[in-house]
Design a protein around this ligand. Structure first.
Ligand code: ADP
Ligand code: MG
Length: 266
């Protein structure tokens, strides 16, 4: 389905949490994103599947301007990311404004990326206070509640290294939630975990989905994607090959490249 077809399907800009249009990104002579279009409705879960090297992480990183696009535009919650439009020209935002935009986008990384020198609680409290200027006492209270919600309420005073991988990743999810983000981006959130810890992290993500959060999840957990995603996106070689309901893309793919990929991972 193309963006135009999706747009025709009665989506207004106000329904969209994420709007990616014609995004290109190269590293030197390597064209990593070659014209990516992606629309994510508010409250929807999007699962991005695709082989290693297809540009999935790069795409997520462009969404919060960790990577600058060479061409195309990205909007989160209607706001142009990284740039300000003046007349016909786009001017890159100042670092301060980029950090402010980024603070409304949750990012959960494969390797947790918690701050090792901060306690679990401080990890969750840091950004809402420093990047969003919120009241510290209020954020601390909310952080305790979020840690409870992801099942690590008793770990608030611990340091990340004292936690299992699954617990660390749940802290990372609480940290993302504390931003009250428009969308949470997950980059293979379970692929660094021992197999017995995968389930507890997927369970937390499932609960967020049920609670109506807007999530974009790069994952190789095809069963999970089928169960949780509203929209499945298959990427290969820097393009979206196909997207649609999981029942179509995962169970009945139209493209040979999708079928070949699924037969390798299923
Ligand atoms: P995926 O997440 O789908 O595995 P990535 O987006 O990480 O793919 O990478 C896509 C391609 O871009 C890979 O060939 C990778 O080596 C390359 N790449 C990613 N980031 C950089 C970078 N900062 N500099 C150079 N090449 C990069
Ligand atoms: Mg990746």
């Amino acid at each position: 389905m193309t963006v135009d077809e999706i747009t025709a399907d009665n989506i207004t800009a106000a329904d969209l949490a994420v709007e990616v249009r014609g995004v290109h990104k190269s590293f030197g002579s390597l064209d990593v994103l070659r014209g990516v279009d992606l629309l994510v409705r508010k409250g929807e879960v999007t699962a991005i599947l695709g082989p290693s090297g297809s540009g999935k992480s790069t795409l997520l990183r462009t969404l919060n301007h960790l990577e600058k696009v060479d061409k195309g535009t990205i909007r989160i919650d209607g706001e142009l990311i990284g740039y300000r439009r003046r007349g016909n020209k786009l001017h890159e935002l100042r670092e301060r404004d980029i950090l402010k935009q980024r603070s409304r986008i949750g990012f959960v990384f494969q390797n947790f990326n918690l701050f090792p020198h901060l306690t679990v609680l401080e990890n969750v409290v840091e950004a809402p206070v420093s990047a969003q200027g919120r009241d510290r006492a209020e954020v601390i209270a909310e952080a305790h509640a979020l840690l409870e919600r992801v099942g690590v309420g008793d770990k608030a005073r611990d340091y990340p290294r004292q936690l299992s991988g699954g617990q660390q990743q749940r802290v990372a999810i609480a940290r993302a939630l504390a931003l009250r983000p428009a969308v949470i981006l997950f980059d293979e959130p379970t692929s660094a975990l021992d197999p017995e810890l995968v389930g507890e992290v997927l369970a937390v993500i499932k609960q967020l989905a049920r609670d109506g959060a807007t999530l974009v999840i790069v994952t190789h957990e095809v069963g999970f994607a089928r169960e949780v995603a509203d929209n499945a996106v298959f990427m290969d070689a820097g393009v979206v090959v196909e997207q649609g309901p999981p029942a179509q893309v995962i169970d009945n793919p139209r493209h040979e490249r999708t079928r070949a990929f699924l037969s390798r991972v299923l």
